[in-house]
Design a protein around this ligand. Structure first.
Ligand code: NAD
Ligand code: UD1
Length: 337
């Protein structure tokens, strides 16, 4: 089975490529390398001992997209490509709408044109907005809190409309909670540009000596230690979730939606403590004010994925921190050796 992986040089996709190749899927990556490097593709090839076809192309370029579909004859698409920085999306919303929404429309047009009607979409827990009830189930109310989140919600809505109009599509909306960690080899991992926005990549930079202090955004939340609680999920578990979703699409389920999380929440201070154990050093932190827009607590009910996909996150917080640290310490400058 031949799979197009859009955004296939990125963080989550590079781990998914390894899991797909392991299961003997043929992988074709399309990525404009706006937030990644080709090296991640070569490392996924080396880890699996199999090859990946790579097109450096932009989803905004319909002609090239069409030509790739013509040349390759895909059976399914996993659509990771998109811009994902929440803060940046508030500064340049139009760029996010264009890249994420127009890019997806182009992809869907090409899929329709070439009769490829199996799609796995990278959605996010952000579509739940500030959820009132924990753990969050898939049928919780949806809302957008920022332009990035709005792109995810709009794309989900578009996919629901497309499915309603033509139920020969099979679509899996995967709502990720907080992916962290890296492949256990330390060969592939998260390599953000500039100063990381997210907690674990920031901690990793402090651990490797590239940044001075961790900034804890608020210790006055209504949580046991006052810091924010999130559902962190190992990126390899998340990657395996995509393989399970592809298997599911092969049984023609129609449009299905799954939370991919562990169902367990950890506070910022608990993550720091676990990371200290992994890197075996004390990590200095300062308490800053709350980051605007942050919820106190967010964790999933992932039981639907367990029931319907036979998927469950197996790797715990210790492995997430150890694997993140192995990647970061082996590659202090990311893929840019
Ligand atoms: P990433 O930035 O590492 O990967 C995204 C990839 O898409 C990059 O390689 C980038 O170059 C590529 N890309 C972006 N726009 C493109 C375009 N127009 N044409 C072709 N390629 C393009 O991000 P990631 O963390 O691996 O996230 C993958 C997907 O999962 C994204 O859609 C993201 O919104 C979603 N997601 C991520 C998280 C997270 O915390 N990492 C959480 C929930 C959802
Ligand atoms: C982020 C995205 C969200 C996406 C989610 C899924 C932002 C603002 N939100 O969520 O859209 O759906 O990933 O992966 O980027 N924190 C610190 N110091 C830091 C960074 C973070 O204390 O330097 C705290 C935050 O307040 C939060 C927790 O750590 O309590 C996790 O933050 P982060 O890693 O940025 O992820 P989210 O904000 O949960």
């Amino acid at each position: 089975m031949k799979i197009l992986v859009t955004g296939g040089a990125g963080y989550i996709a590079s781990h998914t490529n390894v899991e797909l190749l392991k299961e003997d899927y043929e992988v074709v990556v399309l990525d404009n390398l706006s937030n990644s490097v080709e090296e991640s593709i070569h490392r996924a090839e080396a880890l699996s001992g199999k090859s990946i076809t790579f097109y450096q192309a932009d989803l905004l370029d319909y002609e090239t997209l069409d030509a790739v579909f013509k040349a390759e004859k895909f059976d399914a698409v996993i659509h990771f490509a998109g811009l994902k920085a929440v803060g940046e999306s508030c500064q340049i919303p139009l760029r996010y709408f264009d890249n994420n929404i127009t890019g997806t429309i182009n992809l869907l047009k090409a899929m329709e044109e070439h009769s490829v009607k199996k799609l796995v979409f990278s959605s996010s827990a952000t579509v739940y907005g500030h959820a009132k009830e924990m753990p969050i189930k898939e049928d919780a109310p949806l809302s957008a809190m920022n332009p990035y989140g709005r792109t995810k919600l709009i794309i989900e809505d578009m996919l629901r409309d497309i499915y309603a109009s033509d139920n020969s599509w099979d679509i899996a909306l995967l709502r990720y909670f907080n992916p962290i960690g890296a492949h256990e080899s330390g060969e592939i991992g998260e390599d953000p540009n500039g100063i990381p926005n997210n907690l674990v990549p920031y901690i990793a930079k402090v651990a490797v000596g590239a940044l001075d202090n961790i900034h804890v955004f608020g210790n006055d939340y209504d949580t046991p230690d006052g810091t924010g609680i999130r559902d962190y999920i190992h990126v390899v578990d998340l990657a395996i979730g995509h393989v399970k979703a592809i298997e599911k699409l092969n049984s023609n389920p129609g449009l299905v939606t799954y939370n991919l999380g562990t169902g367990v929440g950890y506070s910022v201070l608990e993550i720091i403590k676990n990371y200290e154990a992994a890197c075996q050093k004390a990590l200095p932190y300062v308490i800053d004010p709350r980051r605007p827009g942050d919820a106190a607590v967010c964790y999933s009910d992932a039981s639907k994925a367990e029931r319907e996909l036979g998927w469950v996150a197996k790797r715990g917080i210790k492995e997430m921190c150890e694997d993140s640290w192995r990647w970061q310490s082996k590659n202090p400058n990311g893929y840019n050796k």
